[in-house]
Structures are given as C-alpha cells and as structure tokens.
Design a protein around this ligand. Structure first.
Ligand code: SF4
Ligand code: SF4
Length: 81
C-alpha cells in the first residue's frame, strides 16, 4: 500500500451556509474549543487554528447550515502484492 502524504493539503474548516444559518448560537454554545461564534447574526469560524474538526457543530445545527468538507486523496503508487 502506498504512502499518502497530507502535508500539502489545505487546512480545512467547517463551511457555513449563510442562507440557512439563523444565528441561533447552538454551534457557539456547543463547540468544545470556541472556534465558532455568532457574529452579526451569522456563525463564523473565528479561530481556525482552534477547530479540531470534530462533528459537534455539524451534528447539532438545527438548520443543517454548517458542515465539514472532506478532501478525497487517491494513492497514486499503490503496490499490487
Ligand atoms: S447552529 Fe447552525 S443555525 Fe445555529 S448559529 Fe450555528 S450554523 Fe447557524
Ligand atoms: S468542527 Fe468542532 S471544533 Fe470545529 S467549529 Fe465545529 S464544533 Fe468547533
């Protein structure tokens, strides 16, 4: 099986759909690292470095407005032994 380096992948943060976000504050209240806050009525990732990419905000957002994007990496040198 080939090695897959993630060194050059961009740092991912949750995406917020501003159309869906009602500013209810659930994500802010539940985020274990205070990475997300409601700013002017919309959720914003205010501390990207603090986000641990857990699933709390995504799981508990009542509007389905916040979610974690994923990058699919294909190993290019998988051996067939
Ligand atoms: S829980 Fe969802 S709707 Fe509520 S503030 Fe966060 S992203 Fe917006
Ligand atoms: S993924 Fe986890 S750490 Fe990141 S903003 Fe959501 S609840 Fe906070």
């Amino acid at each position: 099986m080939g090695d897959v380096s993630t060194d050059r992948l961009p740092r991912l943060i949750p995406r917020i759909d501003e159309q869906r976000c009602t500013g209810c504050g659930s994500c802010q209240a539940l985020c274990p690292t205070q990475a997300v806050q409601v700013v002017e009525g919309k959720a914003v990732i205010v501390r990207q470095e603090a986000c641990t990419y857990c699933d709390v905000c995504e799981t508990f957002c009542p509007e389905g407005a916040i979610g974690r994007p994923f990058v699919i990496v294909f190993a290019s040198h998988a051996s067939a032994d």
